[in-house]
Design a protein around this ligand. Structure first.
Ligand SMILES: [Zn+2]
Ligand SMILES: [Zn+2]
Ligand SMILES: [Zn+2]
Length: 764
């Protein structure tokens, strides 16, 4: 007989952990107790040595699906002669904190009950248990208890209450537990005022989707616009009404079999699609796919997810191959959260609504991943992942990192936890900015973090920077402010999520970030750790004619590079590349370049992709961020065989390299004149950029002896480029680090800011 005290930390509350421990203890004939404490659970056990060891192994290995045991520890203690195993309640002390579970998809057992005509929850769209269901989006405060969730509006019936109190039951302490008698319900409403409730509402929604209508469906963290994904007219109508001409729309199918009928799937992709987090996964589309071309015009991929809420299963259970399920919001605005907002904001787009009366406390978008170089890379991190912490490789003081501006997120740290917010969006939109401020408040409260340091970007005009300033200069003077250069933050994020502390070679290719020299950066070679970075190379500065406008009009960068190559006297053929413009407009922008006004200097790989995409006639106006680069990538992916890259001209000054793309443009224009195909030219360009990374890294290795390379920045969402680059680096003896937990785009920089500021101010 031995006694032991076991401590587990991680996501172990609100996920059915204590009943699991109770069962496991009884299976092993152990006496003792389990109770929650801040950040975890403590288990006391007594029994035979073998059984205690068995228990200790299985307590993490066989943990419930939503649990995430991060650390476990065992200490021996003298047995006290206990006879039973008990579950003890515990009060939460004020500054103590527990991890808030993310929203997890309907589990297999609940899905079986949902579709079982004999079950009392047959076709009940709010079925859940301790292994599944909404969490983050319905929790208003911790500890996680029904009165602290939006389920407080519903009183459990006797039967639900019995399940809730029975430790043998799968719904023991399942806070959102409900049934058709006592829980939330669905209703349908169309624009003409027709209404239906419950099962009738579902049937009506299914019928409307079948007829090609657009239905706004309330789900877990917000609404989706849904329509039949095989109906070209329905999808085209949604695009028109949403004023979204080309950006791909996500689709949802009932199961993997249906997905296989229109996409090619690797086993790893199948696994990611099926995880309880249920992200959208970007997959290769089959040539014979029945999905409407309008879902992702001109693209060779589709963003697909499996159902995660019971209502999705019920909508998809019949015939549909797939439905479009795209976030229901007005462009750049936050997600619609309440029924009233939906009626006010979505009436010009939706033909009908499928509402429910379980309130969404916190809205949360769908997460998006793509497999790149054999690893899952997040493009957007939100539902299923937030607010689970990312583990830092060191202990940080409490920090608020304010993030960037366009794909903004923020990050709070506590000990070695980095709580990165869900994707928030473009702060220049007033409602989104308000949402950002609210979420910062909510995260600080949920995780009981009182920041001592506020970290932010160098860009003086970013709203996140101004907010950081206001915080430290306003009411909270004791707050220390740390400015982190944009691309240093990108590298910091990549290092932190990969658990790296030692210096790395950083290669950051993105759109635009404020440089330490006051110019705009975005094609950076650096040596960096959390303490500092040294810029070791860049693309030569070129003017960005028109400033911000040029981000939406890729042809402006094309003109800038042609001007740099040929001077102001463009030939007839060069001018013909701008035949989409009137001559006066072209002349006006050319004059900006000649005189150097309204043309800030940039060194940006994103803008270089824009220029090439425009010259090849693939995109002159972006209707969404990054469209020109996406078109260039998709075009290049038509060529599967390698082609040689174009040339760069490199000049060195000491250890510093400046890369001039003029030779590249000169060769590329020759190819264009010789009528080489556009996909071949696009492919050669991708090869050139991968070769440039290799070249820059070899240069830095020669002076620093480093061989680990952090690849970050939005440009590395480009699958072809990243795979060419990773392959080339590995063959050259480098160890590339990619993003797997946070996006390489600006959605990840808050983590990098937190890591940099946290490490610089860490406890010794
Ligand atoms: Zn369940
Ligand atoms: Zn009930
Ligand atoms: Zn960036």
């Amino acid at each position: 007989m031995i006694g032991a005290l076991i401590t587990l930390r991680g996501v172990v509350q609100g996920v059915g952990f204590r009943p699991f421990v109770h069962r496991l203890a009884r299976e092993n004939d152990l006496a003792g107790s389990v109770r929650n404490f801040s950040g975890g659970v403590v288990i006391e056990v007594e029994g035979s040595r073998d059984r205690v060891e068995e228990f200790y192994r299985r307590v993490s290995e066989d943990a419930p699906p939503m649990a995430n045991v991060v650390t476990k520890r065992i200490q021996s203690q003298p047995p006290r002669g206990l006879e039973t195993f008990s579950v003890r309640e515990s009060a939460l002390v004020d500054e103590e904190f527990v991890l808030v579970p993310p929203d997890i998809c309907l589990c297999r057992r609940c899905q079986e009950e949902l579709l079982d005509p004999r079950d009392r929850r047959h076709r009940y769209p709010f079925i859940n248990c301790t292994d599944c269901g909404p969490r983050f989006t319905i929790i208003s405060d911790m500890p996680y208890d029904r009165p602290m969730t939006t389920m407080r509006a519903f009183n459990m019936c006797d039967q639900c209450q019995r399940e809730y109190e029975d430790i043998e039951d799968r719904r023991y302490h399942a806070q959102p537990n409900a049934c058709p008698i006592c829980g939330p319900h669905l209703w349908f409403r169309d624009q003409k005022g027709y209404q239906a409730r419950g099962e009738k509402a579902l049937q009506e929604a299914i019928e409307r989707l079948r007829r090609g209508q657009i239905v706004a469906v309330k789900g877990i963290g917000g609404f989706h616009f849904c329509c039949d994904a095989t109906n070209d007219q329905a999808v085209a109508r949604l695009r028109r009404r949403k004023n979204r001409p080309t950006k791909p729309l996500a689709i949802m199918s009932l199961d993997l079999n249906r997905v296989r009928s229109y996409c090619r799937l690797s086993p790893a992709e199948e696994q990611l699609l099926s995880t309880p987090m249920r992200p959208i996964v970007i997959l290769e589309r089959r040539a014979d796919s029945p999905i409407a071309a309008q879902v992702a015009p001109g693209s060779n991929t589709l963003g697909v997810m499996l159902p995660y809420a019971p209502v999705h299963v019920l909508l998809l259970e019949g015939d549909p191959v797939a439905i479009v399920a795209t976030s229901a919001n007005l462009s750049d605005q936050p997600l619609v959260r309440s029924n009233q907002e939906a009626r006010e904001q979505l009436s010009q787009i939706a033909d009908a609504y499928l509402f429910h009366n379980r309130e969404i406390h916190t809205s949360c978008d769908d997460s998006i991943f793509r497999f790149i170089a054999g690893q899952p890379m997040p493009i957007r991190r939100a539902r299923g992942y937030a607010p689970s912490p990312i583990r830092l490789p060191f202990e940080s003081p409490p920090i608020l990192a304010c993030g960037g501006e366009l794909k903004s997120t923020f990050c709070l740290t506590r000990e070695d936890n980095a709580f990165l917010s869900q994707h928030i969006g473009d702060l220049k939109n007033a409602e989104t900015y308000q949402f950002y401020l609210n979420m910062i408040q909510r995260f600080q409260h949920l995780f009981r973090v009182q920041p001592m340091i506020v970290a932010h970007d160098l860009h003086p005009q970013y709203l996140s920077t101004r907010f950081a300033r206001e915080l430290s200069e306003g009411g909270q003077k004791e707050l220390k402010r740390v400015a982190v250069q944009h691309h240093h933050a990108h590298v910091g994020a990549c290092m932190a999520e990969n658990g790296v502390v030692e210096p790395v070679i950083g290669v950051v290719f993105d759109g635009l970030g404020y440089g330490a020299d006051g110019h705009i950066w975005g094609a950076e070679f650096m040596v960096a750790d959390y303490k500092a970075f040294h810029r070791m190379g860049q693309l030569r500065y070129v003017p960005l004619p028109g400033g911000d406008v040029a981000n939406r009009e890729p042809w402006r960068m094309a003109l800038s590079h042609l001007y740099s190559l040929c001077g102001p006297e463009l030939g007839t053929w060069e001018r013909s590349l701008f035949s989409h413009l009137n001559a006066q407009h072209l002349e006006g922008v050319l004059q900006m370049l000649v005189r150097g006004y309204n043309a800030p200097l940039v060194s940006s790989m994103g803008r270089l992709f824009d220029a090439v995409s425009s010259l090849l006639g693939l995109c002159q106006h972006n209707t969404y961020e990054g469209e020109a680069a996406v078109n260039l990538q998709v075009t290049a992916e038509n060529i599967s065989d390698p082609l040689p890259g174009y040339s760069w001209s490199i000049s060195r000054k000491g250890d510093y390299i400046t890369v001039d793309p003029n030779p590249l443009f000169s060769e590329l224009l020759q190819d264009l004149r010789r009528h080489m195909t556009i996909p071949e030219i696009a492919r050669r360009f991708h090869q050139s950029v991968a070769e440039l990374v290799g070249l820059g890294c070899r240069h830095i290795r020669a002076v620093s002896n480093l061989s680990r390379v952090a690849l970050s920045g939005g440009v590395f969402q480009n699958k072809l480029l990243t795979e060419l680059t990773v392959d080339l680096l590995r063959r050259d003896g480098f160890e590339p680090l990619l993003h797997q937990k946070v996006p390489p785009n600006d959605g990840g920089i808050a983590l990098g800011q937190a890591a940099v500021a946290g490490y610089q101010n860490r406890k010794p």
